[in-house]
Design a protein around this ligand. Structure first.
Ligand code: PLP
Length: 437
């Protein structure tokens, strides 16, 4: 197949040159800058279904999906119609709206671990609020997080975090006061002894343990069910809250996210991405007795001028209704499995030391066949190969997020044809990366 897209990307390059004079690094979120791959970022003007188009009119099959929210693909008709209808009545009132009640019911009635929920405007804000709530509820101050888990750019959690931090090799952000970082304890994932030691020594200071139950911001570091279930048990024994950060896994792995997938009840869950249907969103929820601590019911203050924005909620409602349709997740998972099976057998055939860890509709290109549980098991040398693959795929009309530490997403809009094209080009790009020099 010679489907190779060699149209120059001059307009993107010109826009990026100008953007660099306006924004730090030319972008408004760091990983967009293509710093760890090659070339200027694409400036995208349009998306429809599985496809996006850049300003130079190159077409790509998209596997980034705006970094996770677009489980239905781009420009989904029902979501677009809902947005247009709501926006026709105005954009924001700073009052409750019927959309809040509708989405609240849809979520709580269909998620066994959600008793109360509150909407905010980003995943970061959801995590920040859940942490404050955990501290307010327990009267304790320390938070335990795991190396490689990303929880947004909350000050005290940007310690050994994934996503853009790992992509740029900083892992811990400048500007986070030592005194804040001291409130955060960081442990490697899957370190049972380390966890039990810490909990025995310091649980009277630890308000909460926060984890991405499906860590998907530093590669895809799939954990064992037994480990997650054991964390739940140990937290209970030590009166420490367990927070599942499901901003990426929520409504992605199943309607009930990782919590439902593993049947493990966290005390609090944070959400974002998918529930806003492509609009800026975050939410946190869980046990009613804990949520009762939030203002105006309780003493933990948390507010937002544009929280539960009606346009966002309409997009969320239209998305959720489609997710609740019979067989939605099974179909999506089967598509993903097909891609993974095709790639894994190619790796075997060629003797490449690569694998494709995956769960639900999330996949990752992993430059080893060994199962990778922890952030430090990822060999940074794989990122040189990723750079070649990423560049070649762009030329061939396939868009992956521009970092080898980031996962890819399959959406309901990807057709069997799209996935076959993807497999063909991914094979060719990997061949190029493994070609002897
Ligand atoms: C994306 C993400 C966040 C941050 O959400 P934003 O909306 O980007 O602030 C937090 N936690 C996890 C697990 C995420 O994947």
């Amino acid at each position: 197949m010679d489907f190779i897209n060699r149209i120059p990307r001059q307009k993107s390059e010109a826009l990026f040159a100008k953007a660099k004079t306006l924004f730090p690094g030319g972008v408004n979120s760091p990983v967009r800058a293509f710093k760890s791959v090659t070339g200027a970022p694409l400036f995208i003007k349009k998306g429809d279904g599985s496809r996006i188009w850049d300003e130079d009119d190159n077409e790509y099959i998209d596997f980034c999906g705006s970094w996770g929210p677009l489980i239905l693909g781009h420009n989904n008709e029902a979501v677009r119609n809902a947005i247009v209808e709501t926006v026709g009545q105005g954009t924001s009132f700073g009052t409750p709206t019927k959309y809040g009640v509708e989405i609240g019911e849809l979520l709580i009635n269909n998620h066994r671990y959600l008793e109360k929920i509150r909407f905010v405007s980003s995943g970061t804000e959801a995590v920040m609020s859940a942490i404050r709530l955990a501290r307010g509820y327990t009267g304790k101050s320390k938070i335990l997080k795991f190396e490689g888990c990303y929880h947004g750019h909350v000050d005290s959690l940007m310690v050994k975090a994934g996503s853009g931090l790992v992509t740029f090799g900083v892992s811990t952000s400048a500007g986070v006061p030592q005194s804040f970082a001291e409130e955060t304890i960081v442990l490697p994932l899957n370190d049972l002894q380390g966890f039990i030691d810490l909990m025995s020594q310091q649980s009277d200071e630890i308000a909460a343990v926060i984890i991405e139950p499906i860590p998907a911001n530093n590669g895809l570091l799939l954990q064992d069910y037994n480990y997650l279930a054991w964390l739940r048990k140990v937290c209970d024994e030590h009166n420490v809250l367990l927070i599942f950060d499901e901003v990426i896994s929520g409504f992605r792995i199943s309607f009930e996210g990782a919590s439902g997938h593993y049947s493990i009840q966290p005390d609090l869950i944070t959400f974002g991405k998918i529930i806003g249907g492509g609009m800026p969103v975050g939410a946190y929820g869980g046990r009613a007795d804990i949520m009762a601590m939030i203002a105006p019911d309780g003493p933990v203050y948390q507010a937002g001028t544009l929280s539960a924005n009606p346009v966002t909620l309409s997009a969320g409602i239209a998305t959720i209704k489609q997710l609740l349709q019979e067989g939605f997740y099974e179909t999506l998972e089967a598509k993903t499995q097909k891609v993974v099976d095709a790639m894994e057998s190619y790796f075997d055939e060629k003797g490449y030391d690569i694998s494709m860890p995956h769960i639900g509709s999330i996949f990752w290109i992993c430059f080893t066949k060994d199962r990778v549980f922890t952030a430090d098991q990822i060999d940074p040398k794989g990122m040189d190969k990723f750079k070649i693959i990423h560049h070649e795929l762009l030329q061939r009309g396939i868009y992956l997020g521009p970092s080898g530490y980031e996962v890819g997403f399959i959406s309901a809009a990807h057709t069997d044809d799209d996935l076959e094209i993807f497999v063909t080009h991914l094979k060719a790009a990997i061949d190029l990366a493994y070609k002897p020099v």
